[in-house]
Design a protein around this ligand. Structure first.
Ligand SMILES: Cc1ncc(COP(=O)(O)O)c(C=O)c1O
Length: 298
């Protein structure tokens, strides 16, 4: 595939991703101790950059992590890395780890938190699936309850998500549906889920185990502007099978129609009419929702 190679901001400079190194004693690697943001670049700008940084700031506070310069410094880092990569459509991954420490989980042995920012292209699903819809498979892995790991913290602990995805792929599906401990719908492996039930747009709440997705929040706002009744609600698998439309949203995933769940077709048309209205509204709103990274701006 043509285009630039992946770039990383690390230790004060933007370099080729293949040249970047993180010490093996970093607790982000050893214990998954850290937080991250995945921020999409659309049309030469960073999508809702300040909302991502606000979510990161709360996550940092929850983990008692205080990287030098705080999120203000990270804003500049993200913009500089995006500028170095130069593509108008891409994905940035801003990561903050606990930093290097002694063996043993104790974070007090760690020095300065480590910050790096990776920018590359992203394609979680093939183009044909984005057009025709993806197949979901219910996972045997559950989304951890909020009292185990608060879903509002976008931590480096993605083992459940990875194993759920592996299970779905091995079953021939594109994506996993994760339920919570109560057996209600939480989300997909790296995306939020929406269902259209009796004309209303519904999505699991944080207490159901959903991440407070930035794309999810944007879709809820756009739905309101379009006069579509929308909001969080607890959903079961039955609701998804009975829904007229199901779709996913996320920074990496984008807006993705779902055509089946566990081998049962969903809705009559995929993509459905509400999905298409929201996708059109999303694209129309993009110029106001991105922070341009080009020289002299941002
Ligand atoms: C577990 C999980 N849920 C939902 C999302 C979607 O959130 P956002 O729209 O903020 O990217 C992500 C994004 O990476 C995620 O990892």
């Amino acid at each position: 595939m043509s285009g630039p190679t992946a770039k990383v901001w690390i230790d004060g400079a933007v370099i080729e991703a293949t040249e970047a190194r993180v010490p093996v004693t970093d607790h982000g690697l050893l214990y998954g101790d850290g937080v991250f943001e995945g921020i999409r670049i659309y049309r030469g700008g960073l999508f809702r950059l300040d909302r991502h940084l606000a979510r990161l700031e709360v996550g940092l506070k929850a983990l008692a992590l205080e990287p030098a310069g705080g999120v203000a410094a990270m804003r500049d880092i993200v913009l500089a890395t995006a500028r170095a990569y130069g593509e108008r459509e891409a994905y940035t991954r801003l990561v903050v780890t606990r930093g290097e420490g002694a063996l043993g989980v104790d974070p007090t042995t760690c020095g300065e938190p480590r910050v790096f920012c990776l920018v590359d292209r992203v394609a979680i699903y093939p183009e044909s699936r984005l057009r025709d819809g993806i197949d979901l498979a219910t996972s045997s892995f559950r989304r951890p309850s909020p009292d185990v790991l608060d879903p509002r913290v976008k931590s480096l602990n993605y083992l459940n998500n990875a194993l759920a995805k592996l299970e779905a792929r091995r079953a021939g599906a594109d994506e996993a549906l994760l339920l919570n401990a109560a057996g209600q719908v939480a989300e997909a492996s790296v995306a939020n889920l929406f269902a259209v039930c009796d004309g209303a747009l519904l999505t699991p709440s944080v207490s159901d185990g959903a991440l407070e997705g930035i794309t999810r929040g944007t879709l809820l706002e756009l739905a309101e502007g379009l006069g579509i009744s929308a909001g969080p609600r607890t959903l079961g698998r039955f609701d998804l099978l009975a829904a007229s439309e199901v779709f996913l949203s996320g920074s990496g995933a984008g807006l993705v129609p779902v055509r089946s769940l566990d081998g049962r077709a969903i809705g009559r048309e995929v993509p459905g009419p509400i999905f298409e209205r929201l996708r059109d509204a999303f694209h129309a709103a993009l110029p106001d929702l991105v922070i341009p990274f080009a020289e002299g701006s941002g």
